[in-house]
Design a protein around this ligand. Structure first.
Ligand code: ZN
Length: 91
């Protein structure tokens, strides 16, 4: 695993910790840094990162706290507090 991949993983962990501490804006900064790194190095963000971040407002999502998750016709629908919806196949 290369350095940028490790930094992205670390940033995701930091974002998760920040949101757990109620520091949503700090979490967003980590999410944005990770996105920028991935872009610069043309890396695909890890699946968990993609599923637990909002594409619109860059929030790190915590179901039941700043996001709601429901199942709808075989898909997982994640609704961020900002109103953005993301759908994923159910696994
Ligand atoms: Zn959002």
């Amino acid at each position: 695993m290369g350095i940028p991949e490790e930094r992205i993983e670390r940033l995701e962990a930091l974002a998760r910790e920040a949101v757990r501490a109620g520091e949503d804006d700090r979490a967003r900064e980590y999410v944005r840094l990770a996105r920028r790194l991935a872009e610069r190095h043309r890396l695909r963000l890890p699946r968990r990162f993609r599923r637990f971040t909002c594409d619109r407002c860059d929030a790190y999502l915590r179901p039941g706290v700043n996001a709601r998750v429901r199942l709808q016709s075989g898909k997982v629908v994640v609704a961020c507090d900002c109103g953005e919806l993301a759908r994923y196949p159910y696994e």
